[in-house]
Design a protein. Sequence first.
Length: 445
Amino acid sequence: MSTRPLIGIVEDDSILGSSLEQRFLLEGYAVLWLRSAAEAEAALARTPVELVLSDIRLPDGDGETVMAAVFARYGIVPTIFMTAFGGIEQAVRLVRMGARDYLAKPFDLDALVERVAAIVPRTTPEGEAGGARPAATFGLSPGTEAVRRTLERVADLDLPVLLLGETGTGKEVAARFLHAASARAAKPFIAINCGALQAELFDSALFGHEKGAFTSAVARHVGFVEQAGEGTLFLDEIGEVEPALQVKLLRLIQEREFQRLGGRETLHCAARIVLATNRDLEAEVAAGRFREDLYFRINVLACPLPPLRARREEIAPLLAHFVAAAARRFGQAAPELGPDALEAANAHDWPGNVRELINRAERAVALAEGPVLGVGDLFPDRALGRRPAAPAEDASLASVREGAERAHIVETLRQTGGAVQAAAEKLGISRTTLWEKMRRYGIEP
Ligand SMILES: Nc1ncnc2c1ncn2[C@@H]1O[C@H](COP(=O)(O)OP(=O)(O)OP(=O)(O)O)[C@@H](O)[C@H]1O
């Protein structure tokens, strides 16, 4: 199996939020449900997600600000907005600036699941072929070629491997490569996103539980460690695990022993353990957030993956690869990458690394209007943030309302080519009232 793709749901409505959470968990995704703009900004800055499903209006802000912050950190991330009828204009504007799609509430949950699955495929069932297939594009530069060689050398050593690197640099790709290069290749590859595991479920998810271990334990559950058998257990986002739970991982790695929750039998862990984090673990140890003993135990074979901006020679071939792959998936001819787009891509910093590159390539292919991709297709979010300035903090409500009213009248007149009668009809006011407002705001016909 692969790691359950993590979806961020930004929704303050508890009924809609919890039904989305339940449904996506059932569909094979991991879910991070965030109930406010502040909670979303903080959590999404820490934990990279594969897709964001966001309400636009939130009690303490709006989805646009959240999205802008996520894009600034990780580059374009597929975002689907859920909006009430009144917010459709804003949603359409957001799609122009990089959001993948929007849905008007109320929407059909099945249709939403299908749309999400088209962007981020559900988890492949355990043991299915392909679970550990290494990417053909892994090792396209001297930097990643060196990583590849190191992994081949240590493939069969009985030691944990620690993969380090920014989000989206390919740590999971490297873990799969390591597994495929080892004698365990035919055995399971089990990937766990520790950042998405709730603390209360940590033991049960990892170690399993016996029937009756707690109220809802109606049957025995085999945890990830047992599922991995003699294969590879990939613990991703290890830096997100709380210190109280880190001690359990230490025991697992050191003693190779564990017990199912509510069980007496001590079981042996035969799997190769591979760990990954985008955090600076040394700094986490210094700050008291990561146990030093665990750090020393896992830091024996540490393998850093360079960020994409440190291996720029990979940008062009990876873009070409993912543009072609997206076009194949959407059943259309692959567009060409224009020289200006390529130049912009080569100059870009890629904070979200390869994941960002894939997202940009797929979005560009999905929405491009011609056979050649331009800078705007690849970097539509560059328009984000160029919003009208927010009103001054001490602005009165009346002045903010008048400012918005004036801007909307100007925009409507622009749309009607200056025709006052047509604009008045669009605005739902009489021609006389519109003339009166234009005079008051100093708008020329
Ligand atoms: N060399 C590569 N070739 C093809 N695809 C790649 C490569 N490197 C990364 N990817 C793809 O980029 C995305 C992110 O990679 P991956 O999940 O391995 O990154 P990560 O470092 O584990 O990220 P995170 O820390 O956020 O979990 C995945 O879709 C992966 O398949």
